[in-house]
Design a protein around this ligand. Sequence first.
Ligand SMILES: C[S@@+](CC[C@H](N)C(=O)[O-])C[C@H]1O[C@@H](n2cnc3c(N)ncnc32)[C@H](O)[C@@H]1O
Length: 447
Amino acid sequence: MQAEPRKSLVGEEYEVEIGPVAHGGHCIARTSTGQVLFVRHALPGERVVARVTEGEEGARFLRADAVEVLSPSKDRIEAPCPYAGPGRCGGCDWQHAKPGAQRRLKGEVVAEQLKRLAGLTPEEAGWDGTVMPAEGDKLPAGEVPAWRTRVQYAVDASGRAGLRRHRSHEVEPVDHCMIAAPGVTELGIEKRDWAGMASIEAIAATGSQDRQVILTPRAGARLPLVELDKPVSVMRAEEPRGREGTGGVHRVHGRPFVRERADGRTHRVGGGGFWQVHPKAADTLVTAVMQGLLPRKGETALDLYCGVGLFAGALADRLGEKGAVLGIESGKRAVEDARHNLAAFDRVRIEQGKVEAVLPRTGITEVDLVVLDPPRAGAGKKTVEHLSSLGARRIAYVACDPAALARDVAYFREGGYRVRTLRVFDLFPMTHHVECVAILEPAAKGS
Ligand SMILES: C[S@@+](CC[C@H](N)C(=O)[O-])C[C@H]1O[C@@H](n2cnc3c(N)ncnc32)[C@H](O)[C@@H]1O
C-alpha cells in the first residue's frame, strides 16, 4: 500500500523567536508545535514571521524565509543590495547583517562544527575565536566589499543575465552585482542580450589585466559574437560543466588561460580551473600556511589537491634546492598548468589523479610537511589515516567547509595528531562561506 503523500507546508507562516545561527546561512527556530525551522534573512534573537519555502508536515525540518521582522536585532541593517531578500538572489546570505556581525556568526558556526564533529573547544584548537576580514575589507556598515573575481551568471529565457535564486534554477536578473570585483563589473555582462546561453562565467584575474568569459550555450544554440566593454578572451563550455570543471571547456578566441599573481609568482589558470575567488585570498592563505608550517631548507613536502600549484610553489620557494615537493591534483588541465607554473623548480613533481588513489601508489612512507586543500567534501577517513602514518612534522589543512574540516580533524586525532592552531578568514563577505587554516602536529611531541 502506498503511503499518503504528506501535506506540503510551503507558504504557511509562523511567528517565531530566532535561535542560534546554523551552518548554511540560516538560523534555527521552532514552531509552537516544536517543528524545527531553518530561517534565512533572520538574525539570532529576533522575533519574525517566517514563511515556509520547503517542507511538509512531519519533516525533520522546514526551510523558511523571514518575511516580516517584528523585533529586529541590533546587528540588522537595511540590505545594501536591492536584489537581496526573501525569494530573491541566492548569492549572498548576510546582506542584512552588519559586517562585524557577519564575521561573528561565521565564528559561531566554526565553533559549533568543531565542538560537535571534532569534540574541540576554540581554545583546544588554538583559536582565539575571531574571524579575520581580508585586507581592505573592513568597511562601515552599508558598504560592500567588491571581492568576487569570478562570477557565474545564469541566463533567463529572455536572454537576461542574472544570479540564481536560493536553492532554485530560477534566475534573478540583476543590473549589477555589488560583490563582483571591479574587473568583472567593467565587462558589462548584465547589459547584453545572452539569448541561447545557459550561463556565463566572468573572470577578472588578480595582478594581470587578463579577463575571460566562459560561455555555456544551451543545446543547439550558436555562440554569440562577444562584444563587451573591455577586451576578453572567450571560452566555450559544454553543458553540463564537468564536476572537475575544465574537461569540456574550449578556446574560442584569445588566451585559453588567465594569469593570476600570488606569493610573488604568476600562475597560469586555464579554462575556468580553480583559483581562489577573493583577490586577497591566495596571498592570505599562503601566508597563514607558511607561518604555520615554518618550512626548513631541505625538507620534503606534499601539496594535496594542489590545483595549479599555489602552495607547491610557495613550499618549493622556501624549501630551497635540496627540498622536494610532490603535488597531487585530479584535474587534467590544472595539472598541465601546475607543471607549467612550477617548471623553474627542479625538485617539484605533479601527479595527476585522485589523492585517494595516487597517494598510496607513490610509495612515500615519510614526509616532513603536508598541505591539503580539498574540495568541500573534505579529504575523508582513508586519506587522513594515510597522511597520519607519514610522520609529518606539521600539516596545514586549508578548508572551505568547517564541517568537513572538523570531521577530518577528528580522524587526524585518532591518527595521533592534534590541532596546534586554527585561523579563520572571511574571504567571502556577505555570504555564509568562510575559510579555515588548521595547523596540525603530532600530539605526543609538539614541535
Ligand atoms: C579547493 S581547490 C584547491 C586548489 C589549490 N590548492 C589552490 O589553492 O589553488 C581543490 C582542488 O582539488 C581538486 N580535486 C578535487 N577532488 C580531488 C581528488 N579527489 N583528488 C585530487 N584532487 C582533487 C580540484 O580539481 C581542485 O583543483
